[in-house]
Design a protein around this ligand. Structure first.
Ligand code: FMN
Length: 246
């Protein structure tokens, strides 16, 4: 491991904004990233000339042929530290930078429950969610299966950001990983304050291409795959709602 206390030779900020990552060169071909004063990872150039990015736990997150690419790499993740519980939230830079024009922020994350969720635990989360999301004009869907959560949130950007700050500090789950962030013009879940479902083992509908599991999304799935999965779940959920109400 390289020492990080040497004189900073150069620094570069990637992704302006509150979650900007500042990369500081501390040695030749060794860069340390921080976001709002928190160490988020480092980039090291190997003997083969490739730049490898690591998160704050020294887990390899990506490889690129140029430094710029490595700093903006989709696999180069930003770990947000939560003051209250010490947990972290991983934001996929690819997702964070994929914003288009539109009024609403659409965000999808996965996380892993820190203990087995009892029905009353889930009820409590939903009770709070429905009450507070209504006030914040946030709609969405929460799915829970096999100790993994996936939640779709959409609403005013500031409200979604503020909610994500609270959610990432919640010690009922950890490994919060933001998979999709987009600006959208319309809501996908406009009819529900916060839908909730526990997908079963079998496919819930006959819709072609519908996936019945999301555990793989927690481990580095590609953006397009995740985006498609989000769509599938939203279709599945709406289909279930319609079937239930007819
Ligand atoms: C998986 C999961 C999803 C959650 N979703 C929401 C949500 O959509 N809206 C919400 O207000 N709180 C949600 N919460 C609860 C928040 O993390 C937090 O406990 C709650 O908003 C109260 O925050 P506060 O105590 O800081 O006021 C969720 C918690 C978990 C574990």
């Amino acid at each position: 491991m390289h020492a990080t206390n040497e004189k900073v030779a150069r620094s570069q900020v990637v992704d302006e904004g509150p979650r900007a990552v500042r990369w500081s060169q501390v040695e030749e071909a060794f860069y340390v990233g921080n976001s709002r004063g928190n160490f988020v990872g480092y980039i090291d150039r190997g003997p083969d000339g490739a730049f490898r990015s690591f998160d704050s736990m020294s887990t390899l997150r990506g490889e690129a042929s140029t430094l710029e690419e490595s700093m903006a790499s989709p696999r180069c993740t930003v770990l947000r530290h939560c003051g209250r519980s010490g947990s972290t939230m991983t934001v996929n830079n690819d997702a964070a930078s994929t914003s288009q024009s539109g009024e609403l922020k659409y965000l999808v994350y996965t996380s892993v429950a820190t203990r087995k969720m009892l029905p009353e635990d889930l009820e409590s989360i939903l009770f709070t969610s429905r009450r507070r999301n209504l006030d914040a004009r946030i709609t969405g869907l929460l799915l829970y299966r096999g100790n993994v959560f996936i939640q779709f949130l959409e609403g005013p950007a500031l409200e979604v950001d503020s909610l994500m700050d609270r959610i990432s500090c919640d010690d009922r789950h950890s490994r919060v990983r933001v998979l999709v962030v987009e600006r959208v013009a319309e809501r996908s879940f406009a009819d529900w304050k916060m839908g909730f479902a526990i997908p079963k083992d079998t496919r819930p509908t006959g819709i072609e291409g519908l996936r019945d599991s999301f555990t793989d999304l927690t481990s580095g799935a590609y953006y397009d795959v995740v985006r498609q999965a989000a769509e599938d779940f939203s279709v599945w959920f709406k289909a279930g709602q319609r079937a239930g109400s007819s």
